[in-house]
Design a protein around this ligand. Structure first.
Ligand SMILES: Nc1ncnc2c1ncn2[C@@H]1O[C@H](COP(=O)(O)OP(=O)(O)OP(=O)(O)O)[C@@H](O)[C@H]1O
Length: 277
C-alpha cells in the first residue's frame, strides 16, 4: 500500500483575533484530520464557507494554524521556518480557480513558465528550461504561439492549462487544485480534469481537489472528504460515500445536486475526441 505523503491532524485555524481590543477572532477550522497517499486523488467538498480553501492553505502552510500538526513526506512541517519551507514549496503546488489572478498579466507565458524552472533549479539552464516548456506544451495540446502571449490573450481553458503546466513543470509531489474548473464550460472542464488525472497517474502525485461540485469530485477522485462548519463530517472512498453516505449532511448535499453535469464517461479519450470533432 502506498505511503502517506501528507498527514494533517487536529488542524485548527482562527482568522483575526488579538488586536487592540483583544478579540478572540473567527475560528474556521475545528480540528480537521486528513491524510493523503502518494498517487491518490482526494476531493474536498462542502458548502461555501465550510473551510475547504482554508484547510487547503493550511496543508500548504499558507495560513497559520493555531493547533494540530502537518507532516509532509515524513517531516513535521507544522512550524517549519520559511527558509526551511522554501525547498519544499516546489514539491507542494497550488492551482487556483482564477488563473488570471495567479498569472502575472505583464509577463509573457514563456516567462511565466520558464522562470520558476530556473528559480527552483529544476532546469539546469535557460535552454533546458525552454526544452521542458516546449515538451509540456505538446503534452497539453497548447500551440507554441501562446508562449509569446500574455495571460489575457488566452482563452479560459488555455489559461487554466497554463496554470496546471506551470505546476506540473516543477515536478511536485502534491498539488492542491482549488475550484479550478468552475469557470469553464463542461467540455473544457472534462479536458482539464483529464489532464490532471493523467498527470497524477504518470507522476504519482497526490492531488487534493477542492470543489463544491460533487459530480466533478466523483469523476476524478479516489476518496472524498466532506466538510461542514470547519469539520470533517464524512470521509471515505468515493464509490462508498456516493453510494451509501453515512452522514445526513452528505445525503443532503447529494440530494441537492442536479443530475451530474460531468459524466465520468466524458473523461475517456474517445468521448472527448467525439466532443471536439
Ligand atoms: N483571510 C481571511 N480572513 C478572515 N476570514 C476569512 C479569511 N478567509 C476565509 N475566511 C472565512 O473563513 C470561513 C471559511 O472560508 P473558506 O474560504 O475556507 O471556505 P470555503 O469552504 O473554501 O468556501 P468557498 O467554497 O466559498 O470558497 C468563511 O467564513 C470565510 O469568510
Amino acid at each position: 500500500m502506498a505511503e502517506d505523503l501528507l498527514v494533517a491532524k487536529g488542524i485548527e485555524v482562527t482568522y483575526g483575533g488579538g488586536g487592540l481590543f483583544g478579540s478572540r477572532g473567527h475560528k474556521v477550522l475545528h480540528g480537521v484530520d486528513l491524510s493523503i497517499k502518494r498517487g491518490e486523488t482526494i476531493g474536498i467538498v462542502g458548502e461555501s464557507g465550510s473551510g475547504k480553501t482554508t484547510f487547503g492553505c493550511a496543508l500548504l502552510r499558507l495560513v497559520n494554524t493555531s493547533a494540530g500538526t502537518i507532516h509532509f513526506d515524513g517531516m513535521d512541517i507544522t512550524h517549519l521556518p520559511d527558509e526551511q519551507m522554501r525547498p519544499l514549496r516546489r514539491r507542494m503546488q497550488m492551482i487556483f480557480q482564477d488563473p488570471m489572478a495567479s498569472l502575472n498579466p505583464r509577463h509573457s507565458i514563456r516567462r511565466i513558465l520558464v522562470e520558476p524552472l530556473l528559480f527552483h533549479r529544476v532546469a539546469s539552464n535557460a535552454a533546458d528550461a525552454e526544452a521542458r516548456v516546449m515538451s509540456i506544451l505538446d503534452r497539453f495540446a497548447l500551440p507554441k504561439i501562446v508562449l509569446d502571449r500574455n495571460a489575457h490573450e488566452l482563452s479560459g481553458g488555455q489559461r487554466q492549462r497554463i496554470g496546471i503546466a506551470r505546476a506540473a513543470l516543477l515536478e511536485p509531489d502534491f498539488v492542491l487544485a482549488d475550484e479550478i474548473v468552475s469557470g469553464l464550460d463542461v467540455s473544457t472542464q472534462a479536458q482539464v480534469l483529464n489532464l490532471l488525472k493523467d498527470l497524477s497517474r504518470e507522476l504519482g502525485l497526490a492531488l487534493a481537489f477542492i470543489s463544491h461540485d460533487l459530480s466533478v469530485i466523483r469523476a476524478v477522485c479516489d476518496r472524498v472528504c466532506v466538510m461542514r462548519f470547519g469539520k470533517v463530517v464524512e470521509e471515505g472512498p468515493c464509490e462508498q460515500v456516493f453510494a451509501a453516505p453515512q452522514s445526513g449532511y452528505t445525503r443532503a448535499l447529494l440530494d441537492a445536486i442536479p443530475l451530474p453535469e460531468i459524466d465520468p464517461e466524458w473523461l475517456d479519450r474517445e468521448t472527448l475526441a467525439e466532443l471536439s470533432s
